[in-house]
Every structure is written in C-alpha cells, then in structure tokens.
Design a protein around this ligand. Structure first.
Ligand code: SF4
Length: 376
C-alpha cells in the first residue's frame, strides 16, 4: 500500500506567511505537468509495485491550474500503477477556485476528497494574510461542493493570527461546525523569517501573538471539536470517525510514498529523496529524462527521530514493540530514560502498549519530541 503526492507549484499570489515552493507565473504550467508525467514514469518502481491507496494534489494551489491537467495526471497514475478502487484522491483547493464548473470537472476526473484553504472567515484576517479569496467565496464554494456530491471535505483554519480575538476564533469554528464538514485541520500561525510576515515582525510593524493566546485558542479548539464528535487524531487534525485523512495517516504511519513535482519529497522505507525546488530546473532535467532529486540514506538515528516526531503527534503514539523490533534494545532503553520524566509529569501517557501525549503534553509537543531525539 502506497501513496502518490503531486506538488503543483503555482499560486495566484503569495500569502504573507507562506514559505512553500510556488511560482505566481503560470506561463509554463503545461510543460511542467508534462515533466511531472515523465517523473512519474521514471519513478515507476519506487514503491515496488505496491497498490496505490491514496493520491494527493498539494502545493502551491492545485485548484488554480486547468482541471483537465489534474485529470491527465490521474490517468497517467492509472496507466503506470495499480490503483485501489477505493483510493482516496484528494485535491487542495482555494475558495476562489471553487466554481461549479471546476467542482464538476474535478469530480469527473476522480477527485473524491477536497482540502479547502479557508484559513479564516474574517475578511480582515484574509486581507492581512494576503489570501486571494473572501469569506463569502469560501462559504459558497463549500456549499456547492457538497451539493454536487463531494462529501469528504476538510478545511484549514489558522489561529494565533495577530490581534485575532477569542470571539473571532469562536465564530470561525462555529461557521465550520454549521457547514457540517467531517474534517478540520487547524494550525497556529508560524512566522518564518524569509516571508513577508517575517519581515513585518522583524521591522516591528506587526507584533506576534503571545504564547498564552495561542494556548487559549488551542484549548478552545480541542474542547469545541471534541464536543462536536471529532477525534483529535493528530496534533493539527480533527476528523469524524471514518474521515481521517488517508494520505496523511499513511505518511504518519511510515508507509511508502512517492512525491512528484518541484520540491516534492519521497520515502520508500530506506531512503528519502527530495526534488529540486525550482520549476525551471525541474522541467529542464526531466526533458533530459534525469531525475531532479537528491537522495538521503537515513541513518538509524534519523529513522528513530522521524518515527518519534511523527508518531508522538498522533493518537497511535510511539509503540514500544515497534521501537524494539525496528530499532532494537539500545533505542528502547534510550527512549525509556528520556520519556519517563514526561510520563511522571503527566505530559505523556503510557497504556502498556504506546506512549501518547496527554492534553497538557499537546501544548509542548515540539519540545517533548526534540527531547526524545537521539543525536549523532
Ligand atoms: S495559496 Fe497556499 S501555497 Fe500558495 S502562497 Fe498561499 S499558503 Fe502558500
């Protein structure tokens, strides 16, 4: 069982907080998609003929390119790989692209899950973050998506936006609940140095939110989603039973995936590879039928750290039996001594099978996992 990720590196405009790889110049979209098909063929063996269970279009903004190009990529996957008949095929979409025509087209090509970048229903937040849509477009688009029969929908919300009030955060969550969607991804705004927002903070034009405000908003998020029947199955992800993200869950559980497109990463259990983060270099290399990637063979320490980092954030947690069989007694002993203080303090729970974060531990997820890392 494996997954395929397509990174579609185009956006209409740059959101002020974003440090992903994308271009706002759409001129070479068709050539780039052609190069992605070549990469898909060159990497045909990467996942060892395993059944493809998930296909995910992320970016960038996959919804901003002509829908038939998405259809062509799905067809190409089907020609090269065996795809499960129940495969989850997801597309990230921005609300301003959710026209009835686009929704119909994506559905006809096989898209059966949408991930909508709403971020906030408050127009002043959307302007502050330089998003290309407004809240009315988000509500209309989500409503149309359901009307045409795409029911597996998730949306993104951001909390910790400078000057966001608790009332605005409550109202954003209430609007999400009123839309009756089965999944939510909610992220605290992070300020990366090399972004426009990073510049505004560095030059004191914008003040970041205090950690205490983040924590209050995160606490409200956890309580409100739980009261509405959502499982908090990963630190930033909340799903109704049966609606967890199949693609991301496979990633968190260490399954194989191949990443196609500029800046995309791949993982086959033994090695990780990542593609060049330049649309031009990517297209040029694939024209010459050369893979545009570098390979990193993961050391045992890297594999252990990766396992700890991803699993501790999930409800499945760090399984002691898997640590023993995959990494051996040495790592099991190291883990025992580094995690015990957190079990004693109540930040980590242990049920005899796996270690998971308690509610208190979720506020410190990053610190706890870095304290568990084994450094070379
Ligand atoms: S639409 Fe998404 S990928 Fe594009 S700039 Fe905004 S946040 Fe980044």
């Amino acid at each position: 069982m494996a997954g395929i990720y397509f990174h579609i590196p185009f956006c209409k405009q740059a959101c002020h907080y974003c440090d992903f790889h994308f271009s706002t110049n759409f001129r070479n979209v068709t050539q780039l998609v052609y190069a992605m098909k070549v990469e898909l063929r060159l990497r045909a063996d990467y996942v060892d003929s395993e059944l493809i269970e998930t296909i995910y279009f992320g970016g960038g903004t996959p919804s901003a390119i002509p829908p038939h190009l998405i259809g062509e990529l799905i067809d190409e996957v089907r020609q090269i790989h065996e795809v499960s008949k129940d495969a989850e095929i997801s597309l990230e979409a921005n609300p301003d692209d959710l026209t009835k025509e686009n929704l119909q087209a994506w559905k006809s090509y096989g898209i059966n899950r949408l991930s909508i970048g709403v971020q906030s229903f408050v127009d002043e937040h959307l302007k502050f973050m330089n998003r290309a849509h407004n809240s009315e477009e988000a509500i209309n688009g989500l409503t149309w998506a359901k009307e045409i029969g795409i029911t597996n929908i998730t949306m993104d919300l951001i909390y910790g936006i400078p000057n966001m009030t608790m009332e605005q955060w409550h109202s954003n969550l209430q609007t999400f609940f009123d839309l009756d969607l089965p999944h939510l991804s909610a992220y605290g705004l992070t300020i990366e140095d090399q972004t426009h927002l990073g510049h505004l903070v560095k030059t004191h034009q914008v003040q970041t939110e205090k950690d205490s405000n983040y924590n209050v908003q995160f606490e409200y998020l956890m309580n409100a989603t739980q009261a509405q029947g959502f499982d908090h199955y990963e630190i930033s992800n909340f799903g109704k039973p049966g609606f967890y993200s199949g693609h991301n869950t496979a990633y968190w559980l260490g399954k194989k995936y191949v990443g196609i497109g500029p800046s995309a990463h791949s993982f086959n259990g033994k090695e990780r590879s990542w593609n060049v983060a330049s649309n031009m270099k990517y297209t040029k290399l694939l024209k010459e039928e050369k893979l545009p990637s570098e390979i990193e063979n993961l050391s045992i320490n890297d594999q252990f750290n990766e396992y700890v980092l991803t699993r501790l954030r999930t409800i499945w947690g760090i399984e002691t039996r898997q640590i023993k069989t995959q990494f051996g007694d040495k790592f099991q002993n190291i883990l025992n001594s580094s995690i015990t203080p957190y079990v004693r303090s109540g930040h980590v729970l242990f049920d005899g099978v796996s270690y998971t974060l308690s509610t208190e531990g979720k506020y410190l997820a990053d610190k706890i996992s870095s304290d568990l890392f084994v450094i070379d």
